[in-house]
Design a protein around this ligand. Sequence first.
Ligand code: COA
Length: 436
Amino acid sequence: MSKDTLTITDNRTSQTYTLPIEKGTVRAMDLRQIKTGPDDFGLMTYDPAFMNTASCQSQVTFIDGEGGILEYRGYPIEVLAEHCTFLEVAYLLLFGDLPSESDLRNWVYEITHHTMLHETTKKFMEGFRHDAHPMAMLVSSVAALSTVYPEARHIHDPGNRLLQIKRLIGKMPSIAAMSYRHSLGFPYVYPDNDLTYAENFMNMLWKMVEPKYVANPVLARALDILFILHADHEQNCSANAMRSVGSSHADPYLATAAAAAALSGPLHGGANEEVLKMLDEIGSKENVPAYIKKVKEGHGKLMGFGHRIYKNYDPRAKIIKWTAEQVFGVTGRNPKLDIAIELERIALEDDYFVTRKLYPNVDFYSGIIYQAVGFKPEMFTVLFAIPRTVGWLAQWQEMLVDPEQKIARPRQIYTGHRTRQFVAIEKRRPVPAMKH
Ligand SMILES: CC(C)(COP(=O)(O)OP(=O)(O)OC[C@H]1O[C@@H](n2cnc3c(N)ncnc32)[C@H](O)[C@@H]1OP(=O)(O)O)[C@@H](O)C(=O)NCCC(=O)NCCS
């Protein structure tokens, strides 16, 4: 018998089954043959929150959570952050290889020439309340692009897919900047094709009456590095949303809106905003031990700490710390950094955090940089969504061409009532409110 197999004995029937092990996994569908009788549906796996289930085979991003390793298409994140621009990394994630000089020139040209938004987008935006969360405006506006590009539904046409991919990458900063200007009541700024991806984003955010916006090169590069670090992270909550919604063959604007909605939650991309709120709540270095005590007693979480996959350190957090130094060289030191460093120092010595393998994640320092650069905390998750769009699209494209993928449709273990007697409305008793 091959060594790469798993032998299972079903003690209900004393029957033995041998299943192949491939790439460290058994196929859940191979368990279906394990039955107690002809009427039995067959054995299923139960895995709430996908704690131990691979939902796809992927060649986009590799993570070794124990080793603290993150690679895009085989290149370590540290190397890409040091040597590449964000659009170069976007090309890598989408096409599998780093671009040649001329490929990159064409790619940058193409993305740059898709940054303009259809004027109707302005009208959607104007409909939002002045205090709407920029992330909610972004999600809605991306979904609304589906109305502007109805041909995007032809997802099986590779040329059409690529056009929508370029549009989404090009327009994401434009929508993000529009949502920011809307919340301030400032006029929207049109893209400037002379600028790089990050510079143009800064231009659309902050240009006032000057004829030409000139970005600080250190801050623009820092933003570009942050974009690289956030570009993909394999099968996280939002990538899973992208694949799941995309698996129904919804168009990429709607699938991207769903992914962005998943990102907005405080347990995912919303964490960077929560970190800043937490640092504000702590107020000063002296209050850190008391705050940690509160967390250990079960009152809230240390935001920006912990990760489902990284149980050693998050390699992105290291690069972010370095980037923070460069940014503070220009902007001056964000006083919240001292609180954060103290929090990290105490937490990393504390048994509670050590035994649970809770380390700072990408969100712990990114918010402090964003604030120093001039972003409001409400914009932080939007800053995450811009580069992550590339990852979502790479995952979406991979899913669509994978012959093993179908519409994503998990199973359940039903634990509710069965075949109840119907009771006429006048005979029903009130349902206790808390039951829902
Ligand atoms: C990221 C996160 C959702 C991962 O969650 P997870 O893999 O489901 O981990 P669990 O919630 O099972 O955590 C395991 C244990 O560590 C504790 N824990 C996890 N993150 C914690 C945090 N940030 N602060 C305090 N305790 C934490 C849990 O309470 C749990 O303790 P227990 O075993 O005593 O019950 C979680 O760590 C978290 O909420 N972090 C804060 C939000 C954040 O920074 N998100 C950004 C992720 S990039």
